[in-house]
Design a protein around this ligand. Sequence first.
Ligand code: DAH
Length: 345
Amino acid sequence: MSDKIEQVQSEALRAVEECGSAEELQQLRIRYLGKKGSIQELMAEMKSLPKEEKPAFGQKVNLLKAAVSQAIEARQEVLSAGEMDARLAAEKIDITLPGNRTEIGTIHPLQLIRRELEDLFVGMGYTIAEGPEVELDHYNFELANIPKDHPARDMQDTFYIDPNTLLRTHTTAMQMRELEKAEGKLPIKLICPGKVYRRDDDDATHSHQFMQCEGLVVGEHITLADLKGTLEYAANVMFGGGRKIRFRPSYFPFTEPSVEVDVSCPFCNGKGCSVCKHSGWIEILGAGMVHPHVLEINGFDPEKCSGFAFGIGLERMTMLKYGIDDIRNFYTNDLRFLKTFDRFD
Ligand code: DAH
């Protein structure tokens, strides 16, 4: 009988030692320590032994059981350590590899200028108006004092959708909408930034789509001096302190008088350089006093109120401010160009 115990022990210990996986080890556990396992079988055989041999035999089987359990536990530890190593090796990540960079967008330079202008004018008590880019001829031209065969229509080559609908050629259309909406109520003080369209061939200084910011103030006793003060303040904020403003007579059908506005060159401080073509001045916008006829057809009494208006070209202003020499840069989405504005985010 003792031989049999030894035989089971050496067989079991060898099998455990040679076992290569947790699964196999579990099978061995069942084979030797299970309810119907070899060790249990030996216990059962104890019944047939003479009484005096039973205690010694029982003790030996218990020792066998302990030895096998211990060997299985020990093997279990070795195997799980090995499995962990294998898993670690298989799932190894090289944390020194460079990652994929997520590109973060930057604010578009035209939006930058738009926001600056909005902040500036909101700070002076203006509201911001918005309106349709697909506009009626009525607002874009008729109410702006430019009837059907007026020669001023040639100043703005237009994309027509049908004879009465077009892509707005200037934000002055919004000036007309707002005048109409006010129904004669004063005061009006607003800006309207937005896209406009003209049938121009694209080149370094022309784009068939560009941005303007319209300004409109109507109230009692509004004069050209108010316009000049407002624009001078705006020029100083946009281009740095010390800027001067100059008015040159001009013509727009919706203003009387009309002026073209120059700012003293921010590059040479008015001394004369290649940017200002040695004149010391750079043209930045068109403006004027709202034409009495425009006030009248929109329901205002030109004897009792007056107003000024201006239209700023945002591309031109941005190009001057940041020294950009080609308007197409704004619309070709070259990241190298756009990224240069990331410092303004
Ligand atoms: N609408 C004009 C243009 O696009 C710009 C302009 C000039 C707007 C004078 C005005 C203004 O409001 O008073 O060329």
